[in-house]
Ligand binder design. Structure first.
Ligand code: HEM
Length: 64
């Protein structure tokens, strides 16, 4: 399983609670609207840059 890191110790992310809440709301809404979908992780593209690894695009499709 992959986990999202918010750092550790005195510099632990100040926005971690807000980011987790936003993620929870996002996934709840996504699942409400598309209860079944698949993610094509192999087709995902990462944004350039040395510091933050994030998807620029991550195709997904609904499943019947
Ligand atoms: C998914 C979203 C986010 C991720 C993955 C994330 C990740 C991180 C990580 C790994 C650190 C530690 C950096 C280090 O050790 O030098 C950090 C620090 C920090 N984050 Fe976030 N963050 C997120 C969202 C946010 C949001 C929404 C805010 C503000 C509203 C925020 C504010 C901060 C601040 C101010 C620090 C510096 C804390 C310090 O140095 O004492 N972050 N974040």
């Amino acid at each position: 399983m992959r986990t999202l890191s918010f750092g550790y110790g005195p510099h632990h992310c100040l926005g971690a609670a807000a980011a987790r809440l936003q993620a929870a709301v996002t996934f709840e809404r996504l699942l409400d609207r598309f209860p079944r979908f698949s993610v094509d992780a192999a087709a995902g593209r990462f944004a350039p840059g040395p510091y933050i690894r994030r998807y620029e695009s991550l195709p997904f499709a609904t499943v019947d």
